[in-house]
Write a protein that binds this ligand. Structure first.
Ligand SMILES: [Zn+2]
Length: 408
């Protein structure tokens, strides 16, 4: 691998060169000596850390054409996908998940933590397909896998055993979904017990409802503290936070911060799925991203679903999620857009325990060069990702051209 020098890019608002050696950022500074480097001219282009998908479902991507999708009074997305899942084969999952990974790399993703469904319908076929991709794509896209209980764990006699088996094959995160079981706290307890037993991190799909009595993130926070797992637990959705009374919400957010929970917002899915049964208004269901961040909680954005009943227009492009969040969560002022890119780069890296991810000497050279001068322009114009660099190697190069006539 030749060493690479990114010439004249904009990092943290300053024009600096990035010298990459042995896959890592060796030096950052103005006018570095190019001797011995292959140089890449990125003058006045924004250079940011690689995008990190912290919550995504490649195993059930690209199945929107196998079903009618959501309708008022119709089945939920969970029900539609559960039925389709029975027919998934390893090769079918492999092909669809591979397409997700190709698109993610094309759009700047350098690390992905994916949910793999493990249950009576699909058994361990998703694990087999995703493990194969994990090995094949090493060095292009780092893939981390969560053994995920989308269907709950108390409806049949096999799911708990299958989840344990998935962890034994090497998956290093356990994923729960409390709202899929009637006894949410018992579900959460089982996941903490099992994660403790295997010494793995935990992730929950939590608080998807607009019913405050269904809230679980406060209990997840309590358990995280009681079991000394601070910093090792992530929670996705947290839509319920949006419907709590302000005082109650502030207390819950305090508890989340105390427990070191990492929150992952999934705005595209919330906008498609939420309040389907409410004839009076269209609840958007996106969590309180700004309030969580202001309180010191580590918040990220992720894509979640791709071309399926949960999000038929889902696309693994995190720059798009930044725009969706800006629109859906009142985060469109220039100072807010300036930090939104953190929610798709360094924040999710922290959430999944990815070390050495950032723009500093010594960090892994996982980088994206955007055709923009600053984050607000990148988000607003959905700027092209000119170069995607993984471990110092260019893994995607994109161009966008247009021909037009303008008045003199
Ligand atoms: Zn999800």
């Amino acid at each position: 691998m030749g060493d690479l020098l990114l010439r004249g890019g904009l990092t943290d608002g300053r024009r600096r060169d990035v010298a990459i050696r042995d896959g890592r950022i060796h030096r950052l500074g103005a006018e570095l000596d190019p001797t011995g480097y292959e140089t890449l001219d990125v003058a006045d282009k924004l250079v940011v850390p690689g995008f990190v998908e912290s919550h995504i479902h490649p195993d059930k991507a690209f199945i929107a054409d196998r079903t009618d999708g959501l309708s008022a009074g119709g089945p939920t997305a969970q029900t539609l996908v559960a039925e389709l899942k029975k027919a998934f084969t390893v090769d079918d999952i492999y092909r669809r998940a591979r397409r997700v990974m190709e698109l993610a790399v094309r759009h700047g993703c350098t690390t992905m933590r994916a949910h793999v469904e493990v249950d009576a319908y699909v058994e361990l076929r998703g694990v087999e397909a995703l493990r194969r991709l994990q090995a094949e794509w090493a060095g292009v896209l780092d893939l981390r896998l969560i053994a995920f209980a989308q269907e709950g764990i108390f409806h049949d006699g096999v799911t708990q055993g299958l989840l344990r088996e998935a962890l034994k094959t090497g998956l290093d995160v356990l994923g729960g979904c409390p709202y899929m079981d009637r006894e949410q706290r018992r579900h959460i307890d089982w996941f903490f017990d099992t994660a403790e037993g295997f010494g793995v991190r935990l992730d929950f799909h939590a608080d998807s409802s607009d019913d405050p009595s269904m809230l679980t993130s406060d209990y997840i926070a309590e358990q995280t503290i009681a079991r000394r797992m601070q910093g090792r637990v992530t929670v996705g959705h947290l839509s319920t936070l949006d419907v709590l009374e302000p005082d109650h919400r502030a207390r819950v957010i305090d508890k989340l911060r105390e427990a070191g929970l990492h929150v992952i917002s999934l705005p595209a899915t919330e906008l498609h799925v939420k309040a389907r049964g409410d004839a009076r208004r269209t609840w958007r269901g996106v969590t309180r991203i700004g309030a969580l961040r202001a309180a010191g909680v580590n918040v990220s954005l992720s894509t979640n679903n791709i071309v399926n009943p949960f999000t038929p227009y889902g696309h693994p492009d995190l720059l798009r999620q930044a725009l969706v969040a800006a629109m859906a969560a009142h985060l469109g002022n220039l100072d807010q857009m300036a930090w939104l890119l953190d929610l798709i780069t360094t924040n999710p890296a922290r959430a999944i325990g990815l070390e050495g991810h950032g723009l500093a000497e010594g960090c892994r050279a996982d980088l994206v060069v955007l055709d923009a001068r600053d984050p607000a322009q990148a988000i607003t114009e959905q700027a092209e990702k000119l170069y995607v660099i993984k471990g110092g190697r260019i893994v995607a190069q994109n161009t966008r051209t247009s021909t037009m006539t303008t008045p003199r």
